[in-house]
Design a protein around this ligand. Structure first.
Ligand code: IMP
Ligand code: MG
Length: 179
């Protein structure tokens, strides 16, 4: 499928399945190496990061635990300033290493929100693994530790990423087509 139409928009294939799998393997190898002494609590951000997180977890050899939070900042194809905390943190993270897993870091507002929340909760070490990063939109000084792909500032869907809730199941990543 070279193109897909979701609701009112057309998207073109941008990153094929095999390249995403290779990026998952690369990041998993780094995480297996970096966390061998003290495994992390892996914090998956619902809903978008589910697919990447499952792919990643299958390649991990460390004895990590997982938990989920649900935050939302997007409406349609636009990031909003207001972050909604829909499902909060239920685990005691004090003194623990936490690794956030994200589908995409765009402006970084969601990351900053989670960063503040987790620092406040007393984590000992905090990192993030993200399938995609939009460097031109990213406005923070916080380090982004594990990145699958740095991509242009264009809207993408697939592999967990959605347009108004649709497109998450696509194996490949698709980019918004501008005619
Ligand atoms: P940020 O808070 O601006 O970094 O945005 C992060 C969240 O916005 C992500 O977790 C996604 O849910 C959503 N998002 C940002 N860019 C895209 C995109 O290109 N496609 C789909 N969702 C996106
Ligand atoms: Mg997300």
């Amino acid at each position: 499928m070279k193109e897909v139409t979701i609701l009112d928009k057309t998207f073109i294939k941008y990153i094929p399945d095999e390249e995403i799998n290779a990026a998952v393997d690369r990041i998993a190898a780094q995480i297996n190496h970096d966390y061998q002494d003290e495994p992390p609590l892996i914090l998956i951000t619902l809903n978008g990061a589910i697919v990447f997180a499952v792919d990643l977890l299958k390649e991990l050899t460390i004895s990590a635990q997982i938990t989920c939070v649900k935050v939302s900042s997007y409406q349609g194809t636009e990031s909003t300033n207001h972050i909604k905390n829909l499902i909060g943190l239920t685990d005691d993270v004090r003194g623990r290493r936490v690794l956030i897993v994200e589908d995409i870091v765009d402006t970084g507002r969601t990351y900053k929100y989670l960063w503040d929340m987790l620092q406040e909760a007393g984590v000992s070490d905090l990192r993030i693994a993200t399938m995609t990063l939009k460097p031109d939109a990213y406005k923070l000084d916080l380090p982004v530790h594990y990145v699958g792909f740095s991509i242009p500032n264009k809207f993408v869907v697939g592999r967990g990423l959605d347009y108004d809730g649709y497109g998450r199941q696509l194996r490949d990543i698709y980019q918004l087509k501008i005619d």
